[in-house]
Design a protein around this ligand. Sequence first.
Ligand code: ADP
Ligand code: MG
Length: 219
Amino acid sequence: MTTLLADDLFRFYHVGDEETRALRGVSLHVQSGELVAIMGPSGSGKSTLLACLAGLDDPDGGHVEVSGQRLTRRPEAERARLRGRKVGVLLQAENLMPHLSVLENVLLPMRLAGTVDATFAQALLAQVGLSERHQHLPGQLSGGELARAGLAVALAAKPDLLLADEPTAEVDTGTEARLFEVLDAFRTRGGAVLISTHSPALAARADRVLHLKDGILNG
Ligand code: ADP
Ligand code: MG
């Protein structure tokens, strides 16, 4: 089953007279249970692509479908509703609400999706190794713990698709190994994963590695 489909995505940025062609005709698909890695140098368009795939940004051309539903060219509120139910997003920063505890952060996406499951929240925190820290505020966590908490939040609403932007960029190898285990469990349940990364260890675990350069994707 195709969970994520992107067809011929274009995204241009304009600052003054400067035009940056961040995405130039990117097409890709991720199947249920599959892990696809996107590698590419800084500035190649990885974050732009993930934002378009998550419906956080609308591309200037092309379309995105998640679990058979079109995400692009819809009002922001509709995109947000679809994302809340179907897509877990792990960005490079600001995945957690600073004034909520780790547990409350994990419960929040469940509340928004209308299906609070406290047992699943605790199970996710155990998977990422943060059971003991569930009452802590994000500001009290280390970088590796923040990355793990962010993954628990992204998976809380049981999405079909996880999109992660360089999730292992600044974490130790122990944390990276833990993230792999959680991703494997998610994929076993049929989850599809697309990750931008510079990590050879992560790319080695992927079913497929795609290379992005100057907004153009090469398989
Ligand atoms: P990556 O994540 O691979 O480093 P980005 O998607 O962040 O790449 O950026 C792709 C290109 O688009 C870069 O040249 C970057 O400078 C430019 N860019 C990204 N976001 C914006 C923006 N909001 N306004 C203008 N240019 C941007
Ligand atoms: Mg980036």
